[in-house]
Ligand binder design. Structure first.
Ligand SMILES: *Cc1c(COP(=O)(O)O)cnc(C)c1O
Ligand code: SF4
Length: 349
C-alpha cells in the first residue's frame, strides 16, 4: 500500500515506508543512495502507481541496483562540462550562450541524471564570490547573447535570490535572453508561485523556461496549472525530454507526451539521446531505436509536436541533431512520411 506522503522522501528507508519500494530491496537501494543523491517529492510520489512493477514514474525516481553497474564508455562528466568552464559555475561551449549553474541541488533526483556525479543536496550553491566572478565573466564577454540558468535546478532558489541574480544579468546590455532549465513544475508545482513567476519576468529582456519532462503522466493538472502561470505571465515555455527505455521509448507514449505538451502551450524542443552517465545503461536505447521512433512521429503527429532528437557529444563538443535523414542519392531522392521515395530535381541559380 502506498501511503500519502507530505514530505520529500530523502532515503530508501522512507521510500520503503511510503510503499514505493519493496522492503527486501532496502540494502541494495541504500548502496545506490550512498553513491547518488535520492529524493522523491510528494507530487512525484503521488504520480507513482506502486502496483505497477514497470511504472514509468517510479522507474525515473526510485533507485535501482543496476545503477551500481558501471560501463566502460560511461563517464562522470559525460557531456564534458569541465573542459569548457572558464570560471566556476559557467560553461561556455558555444560562442553566443553560456550555462550558469547557480545550484547543484534539485527537488528530485532523476536516476538517469547526466550530472549525477555533480548534483546532490548539500553540494551547495555558488558562493557569493564565485557568483560575482561568473557575472564578471559574462559582463566582460560581449558575444554572450543568452544566459541559461541550469544546475541542478535553479528554481530550488527562493524567488528573492533568483530575482537578484536575474536583475544582475538583465543589467548587462549584451545579454538579451534569460533561459531557465527546470524540472520544478513537475517535481513541486506549488513552488511556481506568483512571486517566483514575477522574479522570472525581467523587464526589457526575454525570459524562456524549458521544462524537463519525460512521460505524459508528469503533466498532471497541477503541473499544467503551474506552467500556465508562467506562460500567462508572458514567459514562453519549451520542453526537453530524455529518451528513456521503459519510460517513453514507444511511439504511443512519446506521441501522448508531445501532444500533451502542445496542448499545454509548451513547444517540444529537444529529445535527448540518454547520456553516458555512470550506471544508466538500463535507461539507454540505441540511436537506431531513437531514429525509428522519430520516423514514426514524423507526419503522424503535428509539426508543432516535433522535437529535435539530439546527442550531446561526449568530451564537450556540444549537441548535434541525430534524427533520421530523408534525403538520399546526394539529394536526388526524398522520402515522404509514408516511406515512399520521390525523385527531386533542385534548381537554383
Ligand atoms: C545544451 C547546452 C547549451 C544550450 O544549447 P541550445 O542548443 O541552445 O539549447 C548551451 N551550452 C551548453 C554548454 C550546453 O550543454
Ligand atoms: S532535475 Fe535535471 S539535474 Fe536534477 S537530477 Fe534530474 S536530470 Fe539531474
Amino acid at each position: 500500500m502506498k501511503a500519502v506522503t507530505e514530505k520529500t522522501l530523502r532515503s530508501p528507508a522512507e521510500m520503503v515506508e511510503a510503499g514505493l519500494a519493496e522492503r527486501d530491496r532496502l540494502a541494495e537501494l541504500a548502496q545506490v543512495a550512498s553513491h547518488y543523491a535520492v529524493a522523491i517529492t510528494p507530487a512525484i510520489a503521488d504520480l507513482i502507481d506502486p502496483a505497477d512493477p514497470s511504472d514509468p514514474i517510479a522507474r525515473q525516481f526510485v533507485p535501482d541496483a543496476r545503477e551500481l553497474e558501471r560501463h566502460q564508455e560511461e563517464s562522470a562528466d559525460p557531456i564534458g562540462d569541465g573542459a569548457f568552464s572558464p570560471v566556476e559555475g559557467v560553461v561556455h561551449r558555444y560562442p553566443d550562450r553560456v550555462l550558469l549553474k547557480l545550484v547543484n541541488a534539485c527537488a528530485v533526483y532523476c536516476r538517469f541524471c547526466f550530472r549525477r556525479e555533480m548534483v546532490g543536496p548539500g553540494r551547495g550553491a555558488l558562493s557569493a564570490k564565485a557568483l560575482a566572478a561568473a557575472l564578471a565573466y559574462i559582463r566582460a564577454t560581449p558575444q554572450i547573447w543568452e544566459v541559461i540558468l541550469t544546475g541542478g535546478d535553479p528554481l530550488v532558489l527562493s524567488p528573492r535570490r533568483l530575482k537578484a541574480v536575474l536583475a544582475e544579468l538583465a543589467a548587462i546590455e549584451h545579454v538579451k535572453i534569460l533561459r531557465v532549465h527546470t524540472r520544478m513544475p513537475v517535481a513541486a508545482p506549488e513552488r511556481i508561485s506568483p512571486a517566483l513567476v514575477r522574479a522570472l519576468r525581467v523587464p526589457g529582456k526575454a525570459s524562456y523556461v524549458v521544462l524537463h519532462v519525460n512521460h505524459p503522466r508528469e503533466l498532471c493538472a497541477k503541473t499544467r496549472a503551474a506552467c500556465a502561470r508562467l506562460i500567462d505571465a508572458g514567459i514562453p515555455m519549451l520542453s526537453q525530454s530524455v529518451l528513456l527505455r521503459g519510460v517513453n521509448d514507444d511511439a504511443a507514449t512519446m506521441s501522448a507526451l508531445l501532444r500533451a505538451l502542445v496542448e499545454a502551450r509548451i513547444k517540444p524542443y529537444y529529445l535527448h539521446h540518454a547520456d553516458l552517465a555512470p550506471g544508466t545503461a538500463h535507461f539507454r536505447t540505441s540511436i537506431a531505436e531513437g531514429r525509428a521512433l522519430m520516423r514514426v512521429l514524423h507526419g503522424r503527429v503535428s509539426g508543432l509536436c516535433q522535437p529535435a532528437y539530439v546527442l550531446d557529444i561526449p568530451g564537450g563538443f556540444g549537441k548535434s541533431p541525430i534524427g533520421p535523414n530523408y534525403l538520399s542519392d546526394n539529394g536526388a531522392t526524398i522520402e515522404d512520411f509514408n516511406g515512399h521515395r520521390h525523385r527531386y530535381r533542385n534548381s537554383s541559380s
